[in-house]
Design a protein around this ligand. Sequence first.
Ligand SMILES: [Zn+2]
Length: 215
Amino acid sequence: VTEADPREALVAAARRLDAAGFMPTKSGNLSLRTARGFWITPSGLPYADLSAEDCVELDADGARLAGQALPSSEWRLHAAILAARPDVTAVVHTHSPFASALACARCPIPPFHYMIALAGGDTIPCADYATFGTEALARSAVAALGATLRAALLANHGVVTLGVSLRSAEALAGEVENLARQFLALRAAGLTPVQLTSAEMADVTRQFASYGRLR
Ligand SMILES: [Zn+2]
């Protein structure tokens, strides 16, 4: 195991997200694409105790390629997203509290703040409800993300973010949680957020692209 080991990167990111309160009661899971499949965090282990050896490499159909532990119960979600989205390398799934609260209302996050554009569109959608760990959930997440979005809420469950690197998927998980917190604060205060127009959001996307923020 070296610092360049992708498993070490997964473990470090999982610990940071757990420390941020995004992975209550051992929820959440992370994956990173490999040449022949993907590494994924294991099922049911406290993140504080996680080591690189606990990560599991699966192929696109979920067959074990490396590692001994039981893979995350959401491996189908990760497999389906990585298969559908060759433009991304990493998938982060969390139960971060504010984004999960909006997901429980099946409430998409509209373009009330320009940072929504980091998620690849004008709105962060909420995927249709399906039981955790199922192929149906994997399908609904893939449908909500479409060809370009990098974040979606999962109804009555949590949130999923995608990235060209594990770092970018992790950072987006933090940004979506921040936006969800702001949106809920506005609603709680009885204020109606003013939404940006699609032309304004297109300008934001161009500006981000010029800063390399979308990588
Ligand atoms: Zn979950």
